[in-house]
Ligand binder design. Structure first.
Ligand SMILES: [Zn+2]
Length: 332
């Protein structure tokens, strides 16, 4: 989603709310996922609600990671809620991908009617889940601990999206709540500080250039206005003024360095480089001064150097966000 078009706020540490300004769409997502490893497959469920004018849909997202070449295609999810059977049809998305030897099958299931069905899942005394494969005899029976976890997340989601008075115990995990809130707060505070430092750097930089320029100009026009001593002091003070620009600049560099090690979405330091690609960007000729071995004198020589455009792709192991960075590596 385009960052400028969307406004995101983290309501609590349980859900994120996205408002798309162009398309009247509000998406609420649970920030935690339910993951289960079964043989070579890894199954991840997450809750989402998407609200448009005239439609309000409750969605259970599903991602299956498998090393198998053709992927693992589900057909439906069967829920056994207090002995009563409900089948949810699986809708594959067109964005299933193949990354680092793993096939990622991505799709979703609709929970209908949204609120009533979610409420039923939250209320269930016993809940069992079975994921059916499109190929027979390959169903995945999800363990009880997983079902309990998914139900807990459903209650947290219900609390955060439909009724803040319901299932309050599910969101009362005090220690985890505090840790996550502090983390989100710290990130928000750092962002605000970063913006302030950038504007400080600009303002002080402009001021400093003006002051230094004024000193030098005043000096050359009104010769003899200042004594030599005052003149030296002024120049020294002018150059010291550069610190007002340098200090925020160094802090900005430090924050940039921190950000480079984090996932841009969840800000955890769980990033992995998954791809590295170099392409020729330009070939240029450069003048070098070399020392002649025979005469010992300096002479200039033209050399050809190649600059490369480097593309690196990263992936976050915590939230599965993937992104790439590009820079020009100058040849030497
Ligand atoms: Zn992440």
């Amino acid at each position: 989603m385009n960052r400028n078009a969307a406004v995101m706020d983290i309501k609590t540490d349980y859900v994120s709310v996205n408002h798309d300004a162009f398309d009247p769409l509000t998406t609420i997502e649970h920030l935690r996922h339910c993951r289960h490893r079964c043989g070579r497959q890894e199954v991840t469920f997450s809750w989402r609600r998407s609200i448009r004018p005239g439609s309000d849909r409750m969605i259970l997202d599903l991602e299956i990671r498998t090393p198998r070449a053709g992927g693992w295609l589900p057909s439906k999810l069967t829920l056994l809620v207090d002995g009563q059977r409900h089948d949810l049809r699986y809708w594959p998305s067109s964005t299933s991908t193949y990354r680092r030897g793993n096939h990622h099958e991505i799709g979703l299931m609709f929970i209908e009617p949204a609120q009533a069905m979610l409420r039923m899942l939250c209320e269930a005394k016993t809940l069992k889940l079975k994921l059916h494969s499109a190929v027979c005899n390959e169903d995945i029976l999800l363990p009880d601990a997983f079902c309990a976890q998914l139900q807990l997340q459903a209650q947290q989601f219900y609390n955060n999206t439909f009724d803040a008075d319901a299932y309050t115990t599910s969101v009362a995990g005090v220690s985890a709540h505090t840790a996550d809130t502090t983390f989100a707060d710290n990130i928000a505070r750092r962002e605000a500080r970063y913006k302030k430092l950038c504007s400080d750097r600009l303002i002080y930089g402009v001021l400093w250039v003006c002051v230094l320029g004024a000193i030098y100009l005043g000096d050359s026009w009104g010769e003899g206005v200042f004594s030599q001593r005052t003149h030296n002091l002024l120049i020294a003070a002018g150059w010291l003024g550069a610190l007002s620009w340098l200090l925020p600049h160094l802090q900005i560099l430090y924050i940039d360095h921190q950000k480079n090690q984090e996932c841009p979405r969840c800000h955890q330091r769980t990033i992995k480089r998954v791809d590295y690609h170099e392409a020729v960007y330009q070939v240029r000729s450069e003048e070098r001064i070399v020392i002649d071995r025979l005469t010992g004198g300096r002479k200039s020589r033209q050399v050809t150097v190649t600059d490369h455009e480097v593309t690196q792709t990263f992936e976050c192991t915590a939230c599965r966000h993937a992104w790439s960075r590009r820079h020009i590596a100058r040849g030497l």
